[in-house]
Design a protein around this ligand. Sequence first.
Ligand code: PLP
Length: 452
Amino acid sequence: MNAITNHMPTAELQALDAAHHMHPFTTGDEIAAKGARVITGADGVMLRDSDGNQILDAMAGLWCVNIGYGRHELAEVAARQMRELPYYNTFFMTTHVPAIALSQRLAELAPEGMNHVFFAGSGSEANDTNIRMVRTYWDMKGKPSKKVIISRHNAYHGSSVGSGSLGGMSGMHAQGGMPIPDIHHIGQPNWWAEGGDMTPEDFGLMRAQELEQAINEMGEDRVAAFIAEPVQGAGGVIVPPSTYWPEIQRICDKYEILLIADEVICGFGRTGEWFGSTTMGIRPDIMTIAKGLSSGYQPIGGSIVSDEIATVINSGEFNHGYTYSSHPVASAVALENLRILDEEGIITKVRETTAPYLKSKWEALLDHPLVGEANIVGMMGSIVLTPHKESRAAFKSDVGTVGYICRERCFANNLVMRHVGDRMIISPPLVITEGEIDTLIERAVKSLDECH
Ligand code: PLP
């Protein structure tokens, strides 16, 4: 058998890919018809494809390559760790230095009173951990009826059966038997699409109060936790109105409902702080982490847990864990990634310089005839495409509409942007420069013009 390499003709690679490789969240027939673009390398914010194009990755992969591509320090740490201890677990009374060092560092970075970490291999696994952990916590506290976890429609919390059930994506629920029992969904704070004649502030308050209504309807003694992203990412970068989070926090405090902040996207600088919870001023009991934790250089996720929850859980055996929980190579790489984020002042630079620059350019897109709303927090943003700005009208269907066409135009113009319906979203590497932001905007405007 011949080796398959980057040097093979693109068409041959595409044919082999279509023949054998099943792609996530993709129609296989479309892959077979068009051929997937073959990515052969990357540096900084730029991807390279097999035809030699330089593509600006305004999604940081899947919202994860926070420090940018091509940081060889991480490769060296991984190689060193693989030579020293490529694998061992922390089940059954063993531990190792990468797990100790990473959990200690995360406790330093996390909000006060959150000093414990349970590791997983991904964000989905971490949210599965959270489902079991909050229910076990209430069991051990003598309140076994507290089982229901409240989430939001259109939320994304992962693809496993548990985390996909926490998520509120109807297309996912339609396939494969989700949601599992005792998950309840309330409305999302998406003012553009659902706010009607209300002000954003009144709408934000109304949506937060749906949590209180749900608790009252089900009974406080049944509800274990509320989970949400500080800023909804995969749902379309939906920035909640300013009234939303203070009201959610008040309700969680009042009814003793644990607050799980899913920081898988928002964490590690994406919003201009280490955690989106800080940006939104909330006090979670658990934070889900993944993606930017290792900048995607290794698969790793986890749950950062309050001292109170850890004390209760640690007083018994938590019958839970993954083969790759606390993986030494992933942990060592994540630790090096956190060092780079910190020592190079990447998050401070985002907050003080590049995010304000991006915001000014992003909001100027409102001048484009197709753009009805521009949202941005730190390095995550969305624009909403509309046929009529004043009435906030939507294009007719999700498939083949302007969002889809715009994403295709962007890709043809060597810019990776995603679309969620007719919301176009970005989440570039945090190291993007002002010059690269200009390139991003130029390519986005060209693409918008082409689908107008
Ligand atoms: N939570 C959020 C907010 C996410 O955006 C994602 C992935 O996009 C996940 C959880 C799941 O993480 P993973 O894909 O690592 O399982």
